[in-house]
Design a protein around this ligand. Structure first.
Ligand SMILES: Cc1ncc(COP(=O)(O)O)c(C=O)c1O
Length: 346
């Protein structure tokens, strides 16, 4: 079946007389002697979400309390001693790995993830290769099949943070990845109203490790969040279709705008990063001047949002005028009118 059909139909109760959607079970405790408890046994809502995301990614999914919880679980589950890490990627994951490195728990080899030869050269002797593609916020794209093949040749595992690609634009497990993670907070939820994370594996033993990690770390999602994330997932293919079409038009127009030094777009997905001429001040002024577009740090919602990223210490490496924009599903002409009035004349 196609992704659009899976997104609508997977993860539902199937029995005659059952509701079409798993109920939101607001209970931590269960009556009886079987030891049933939500952290250890889960709720129907988690399971529905996991079935649907697993079906879209071609593996078995475990839902977590946030994207960072899913990232932490992937590292906890695989316990690398030597980790290859993109030098320019989501700052939260790099902070997590830096913390482990400072504690002496992991050795890190930083690479430019878009430089496939450099990534492959760093793999021998490493146990895990962390890939983020496209990267946050510079939108670099990794060659996942080539990296996975090189990792497999020496027995290393590959984790792909596919948050920006979404399960619609990429299925890294089919390319040989060991674990795919998502911040479901972003495009999967799609409405900026929840925090959730997902980790998906095709290998049963890796899936069991992820499941066990959630249990012992206690990084469980809320029932309401799982319900909302699955509800959001139902329209993910449709939202991505519109958001990508919008992104393509906006990038073309940004590239012709005299105030824009550079507009980055990997050719798929709904994230666009552009560099405003005039640096930090000019980019900050544009972020303050938008009226429809939301100046905000998170992304992946139905609404378009944007933020200058170099202001964060973790993103100090990006150009000062780089604005990361998460393109939503509004009418593209309204988005462009807003951007055009917010950008300097050039
Ligand atoms: C690429 C990427 N991975 C992981 C995360 C972390 O997700 P969460 O905020 O749900 O913990 C984010 C959040 O911005 C992200 O952009």
């Amino acid at each position: 079946m196609h992704q659009a059909t899976i997104a609508v139909s997977a993860g539902r109760p199937t029995g005659i007389g059952e509701p079409l959607n798993h109920p939101i079970v607001l209970a931590s405790n269960y009556r009886g002697e079987a030891g049933e408890y939500t952290r250890t046994h889960g709720t129907p809502g988690w399971i529905g979400l996991e079935e649907a995301v697993g079906a879209l990614e071609g593996g078995r999914a475990v839902a977590f309390s946030s994207g960072m919880a899913a990232a932490s679980a992937a590292i906890f589950a695989l316990a690398p001693k030597v980790l290859v890490l993109p030098s320019a990627s989501y700052l939260g994951v790099r902070a997590l790995v830096a913390d482990l490195e400072q504690q002496g728990r992991v050795q890190v080899r930083q690479v430019d993830v878009a430089d496939t030869a450099a990534v492959i050269a760093a793999i021998p002797g490493a146990d895990v290769v962390w890939v983020e593609t496209p990267t946050n916020p510079t939108l670099d794209v990794a060659d996942v099949p080539a990296i996975c093949a090189a990792a497999a040749a020496v027995g290393a595992k590959v984790v792909v943070d596919s948050t920006f690609a979404t399960p619609i634009c990429a299925q890294p497990l089919a390319d040989g990845a060991t674990i795919v993670i998502h911040s479901g907070t972003k495009f999967i939820g799609g409405h900026s109203d929840l925090l959730i994370g997902l980790a998906i594996a095709a290998d049963d033993a890796v899936y069991e490790r992820l499941h066990q990690t959630r249990l012992v770390n206690g990084s469980t999602p809320g029932s309401l969040e799982a319900f909302l994330a699955l509800r959001g997932l139902r329209t993910l293919p449709l939202r991505m279709e519109r958001a990508q079409a919008n992104a393509q038009v906006l990038v073309e127009r940004l590239r012709q705008h005299p105030a824009i030094a550079e507009a980055r777009y990997p050719g798929f997905g709904a994230m666009v990063s552009f560099v405003v001429r005039g640096g930090a001040d000019a980019a900050d002024a544009a972020c303050r001047a938008v009226r429809l577009i939301v100046p905000a740090t998170s992304l992946g919602g139905v609404e378009t949002s944007m933020e200058r990223r170099q202001k964060y210490a973790g993103d100090a490496h990006v150009p000062p005028g780089l604005v990361r924009m998460s393109v939503g599903i509004e009418h593209v002409d309204d988005l462009w009118a807003d951007l055009a009035q917010a950008l300097p004349a050039g």
